[in-house]
Design a protein around this ligand. Structure first.
Ligand SMILES: Nc1nc2c(c(=O)[nH]1)N[C@H]1C(S)=C(S)[C@@H](COP(=O)(O)OP(=O)(O)OC[C@H]3O[C@@H](n4cnc5c(=O)[nH]c(N)nc54)[C@H](O)[C@@H]3O)O[C@H]1N2
Ligand SMILES: Nc1nc2c(c(=O)[nH]1)N[C@H]1C(S)=C(S)[C@@H](COP(=O)(O)OP(=O)(O)OC[C@H]3O[C@@H](n4cnc5c(=O)[nH]c(N)nc54)[C@H](O)[C@@H]3O)O[C@H]1N2
Ligand SMILES: [Mo]
Length: 711
């Protein structure tokens, strides 16, 4: 590595964007060799998928790395919880304080389960996301955290039908001729795949987006289909109805590789006539018929197969798991799985057989340890879950005060004087304001890591480019210190991060679907440090072209025996949202509007909100509302409104627009309370109710009312 910059001597270092996004971009950091300071950061042109360009947020990444508000030293709280007043302490004192508290709690009658680790995907690196931290908390016997806040509804939904995630080689999607962004704001949340969709469009593909909101992606698509929130499962059943009614199904694929064809056929033909689906989804019969025809007959009409980019937006509803289970049945009906780049794509993460058992050591978990669903942090902190109260909370890679549902109750829980809270982060987040001990974390430029991706098929290592700022430490290092302070077996913690990464590439994990068990074979850490390495998968990889579904039957399970045995409906069916005007008219009489709260393009969930340029580009907090709903409430364009329900309220500026249908409102998240004038973000109104499958979050399943704020 090496290179020249004007005047100063510089060198370049290859890294990986660590943020929670399917793109997992390759980055090149230019460092001033004399000062050791990073002076430039760009996309890695040699990365076959991310091809040298970065999103708006990471283009500005040095603003975040060298932000004047970076946490540089451990702190202890001196003010009230939430007030944000802290005093510098040493690492020694911080580690000793934490270990003493953990030891005391573990020895108490309540035991180590009264300690709760809380983390999500602030970084997606295999080591920083989940390695020594898991080993530490497993060894300690702390409560287990079920990490459900984002992806589990669809993951389990997919598993029921396919036995794994819906996956393809995303690069092969240039071959698709009919591309459906289903609950996916692809042009914002997966920009390199959007580029591939564009390439496909140049080759004749039609792009359709199914979304209650005219998202940037919907606006740029050939066709925006505005479903009512949470009704995607019904739409998919209606499409199946039309396919079977017209006889457009691929009988050969169905009979060779699927179970339950006749049961499903019977179900959709009798129970999901198009008129009923129109009533549920708010679409017209013509629109549904046309969508079904173009989707199912894409090969004749557009010259090639169809691909559904099924994403997270549609999962955040009570029936989100079943919706995904249902949607991923569709490519079996059309036979699109036969073709590379066609079928459906949720996530490629299961294509990487990293040795997660070795990384996280689940064998250390004491028998009978309870599991807490992270979506229910509010309940956990208020002592409402089985297994006793939470006495200590250790937060890293996450900002629950901003991202969790039922925010007011999360905050009152965090404010408990008897709760001992540690927050390890790069910044003084809304959550850190409630900590007893704050620990400074390194950024991706300052530590080593190894990455898979959930949006492409390359393994990459992140080489550290600069030294840690101040006294910041990587997650792994903090758990080494804590492991030592607790007197845990040194061998659990003593390998270096590089050694752990190298070994994690070595042995295939137990759950690996057949066909990808060898995907990492022969890929060395050295190769991954030099740049992106493609998994050992064939160029025209189409994992289900010949069946080979890793389900119990080995087939695509249109009918699920496992579901039947669990006492549930074995066939796809429509599960309405928890807060649905059609099925909950009494609730809707008070709170008639269905509110969606997807992230703002300039933020990544709550990350980047404190970067001034990005916050400015996000503008104000807005609420998009249809002219009919605005008029009914006397709300003018540009006026401040209060959005509320029984859980809470927040303020936003009304944008009266036809970007939503009547009955739907949209506000873009996820602001930090401290950057708002009312100390609240949209999660004051969201609920901790979970999805049908996977215990997932239901952020978009949320009835609210809106009122003009008097001036
Ligand atoms: N209303 C509503 N709520 C939502 C969503 C929504 O669409 N609407 N989206 C949901 C989704 S999809 C998700 S995934 C969750 C995301 O929830 P979180 O995973 O909490 O995501 P972030 O808000 O990005 O916060 C991550 C934090 O990790 C920190 N961090 C980054 N790297 C490191 C590191 O190496 N070490 C340590 N210790 N800390 C680090 C960052 O500084 C940041 O404060 O939010 C959910 N919440
Ligand atoms: N810029 C940016 N990129 C990101 C993120 C970010 O915060 N900012 N977050 C990252 C993370 S953690 C995740 S999980 C992914 C999420 O990426 P996406 O899956 O694209 O998720 P969202 O943007 O939350 O929602 C996508 C769309 O679903 C729509 N939607 C809501 N409810 C429904 C419904 O019932 N049916 C249908 N059909 N559509 C619905 C929303 O209006 C939204 O436009 O993006 C990742 N990429
Ligand atoms: Mo997410």
């Amino acid at each position: 590595m090496g290179g020249r910059h004007a005047l100063t001597q510089v060198h370049t270092v290859k890294g990986v964007c660590p943020h929670d996004c399917p793109d997992t971009c390759g980055m090149v950091v230019t460092v001033d060799s004399a000062t050791g300071r990073a002076v430039d950061l760009r996309g890695d042109k040699d990365h076959p998928f991310t091809r040298g360009f970065l999103c708006q947020k990471v283009n500005n990444y040095l603003d975040r790395v060298y932000h004047p508000d970076r946490l540089l030293h451990p702190l202890k709280r001196v003010g009230r919880k939430g007030e944000g007043r802290f005093e510098r302490i040493s690492w020694d004192e911080a580690i000793r304080t934490i270990a003493d508290r953990f030891r005391t709690i573990a020895a108490s009658e309540e035991g180590p389960q009264a300690i709760l680790p809380y983390s999500y995907a602030g970084t997606m690196g295999k080591l920083m996301y989940g390695s020594l931290d898991r080993r530490f908390f497993h060894r300690l016997g702390a409560s287990l955290l079920d990490r459900t806040i984002c992806a589990t509804a669809g993951a389990v939904g997919c598993d029921v039908t396919l036995g794994t995630r819906a996956m393809i080689d995303p690069e092969a999607a240039v071959n698709a001729k009919f591309i459906v962004n289903w609950g996916s704001n692809t042009s914002v949340t997966n920009i390199h795949f959007w580029k591939i969709e564009h390439e496909a469009r140049k080759r004749g593909a039609k792009i359709v987006t199914i979304d209650p909101y005219r998202s940037p992606t919907a606006a740029k698509s050939d066709w925006w289909i505005a479903t009512r929130p949470g009704t995607d499962g019904a739409l998919a059943l209606g499409v199946m109805h039309v396919i079977f009614r017209e006889g457009w199904q691929d009988d050969e694929f169905l009979s060779r590789y699927c179970v339950g064809v006749s049961e499903l056929r019977q179900r959709v033909l009798t129970e999901y006539p198009v008129a009923k689906v129109a009533q549920i989804t708010g679409l017209s019969v013509e629109e549904i018929e046309r969508f079904a025809r173009e989707y199912a007959r894409a090969k004749e009409l557009f010259g090639g197969p169809a691909l559904i980019r099924v994403n997270y937006g549609l999962q955040r509803h009570g029936g989100g798991g079943m919706a995904v289970r249902t949607i991923v049945c569709l490519p079996a009906l059309t036979g699109d799985w036969r073709h590379a780049g066609a079928g459906a794509l949720l996530s490629t993460s299961k294509a990487y057989p990293f040795d997660d058992h070795y990384l996280t050591r689940p064998d250390l978990i004491p028998r009978g340890t309870r599991t807490i669903n992270m979506v229910q942090l509010a309940e956990a902190l208020h002592g409402e879950l089985p297994g006793g109260p939470v006495r200590a909370l250790y937060v890293y890679n996450s900002n629950p005060a901003a991202v969790n549902p039922d925010q007011s109750r999360v905050l009152s829980g965090l404010a408990r004087e008897d709760l001992f809270t540690v927050v390890h982060d790069q910044f003084q987040t809304d959550t850190a304001d409630y900590a007893d001990i704050v620990l400074p974390a390194t950024t991706q430029l300052e530590h080593f890591d190894i990455h898979n991706s959930y949006g492409h098929l390359y393994v990459q290592a992140n080489n550290p480019a600069i030294r840690p700022l101040g006294e910041a430490k990587p997650n792994t290092e903090v758990f080494r210190l804590l492991g030592r302070a607790m007197g845990f077996e040194p061998e659990l913690f003593e390998e270096s991060d590089e050694q752990i990464a190298a070994r994690s590439l070595g042995a295939p994990g137990a759950e690996t679907p057949e066909g990808i068990a060898s995907a990492l074979r022969g890929i060395t850490l050295d190769a991954a440090r030099a740049g992106p390495v493609r998994l050992n998968l064939p160029r025209d990889w189409a994992p289900f072209a010949n069946g080979e579904f890793p389900t119990p039957s080995g087939k695509c399970e249109l009918y699920s025996e496992r579901e039947a045995r669990a006492g549930r409906d074995p066939l796809p069916h429509y599960v309405p949202p928890h807060e649905d005007p059609q099925t909950k008219p009494e609730l809707a009489a008070k709170y008639p509007l269905q509110m969606l709260t997807p992230p703002a393009p300039s933020f990544l969930n709550s990350t980047f909100v404190n970067v001034d340029t990005l916050r400015k580009s996000a503008g104000e907090r807005t609420l998009e509302i249809h002219p009919i709903d605005a008029a009914a409430r006397g709300i003018d364009h540009g006026q401040m409104v209060t959005v509320f329900n029984a859980r809470g309220r927040f303020r936003a500026k009304a944008l009266v627009a036809d970007s939503v249908k009547p009955g739907v409102v949209v506000t873009l998240g996820l602001w930090w309370r401290k950057f708002t004038d009312d100390g609240a973000n949209c999660n004051t109104t969201t609920s901790t109710a979970t999805t049908d499958f996977g215990g997932g979050a239901t952020f978009f399943d949320n009835l609210v009312e809106v009122a003009a704020v008097g001036v």
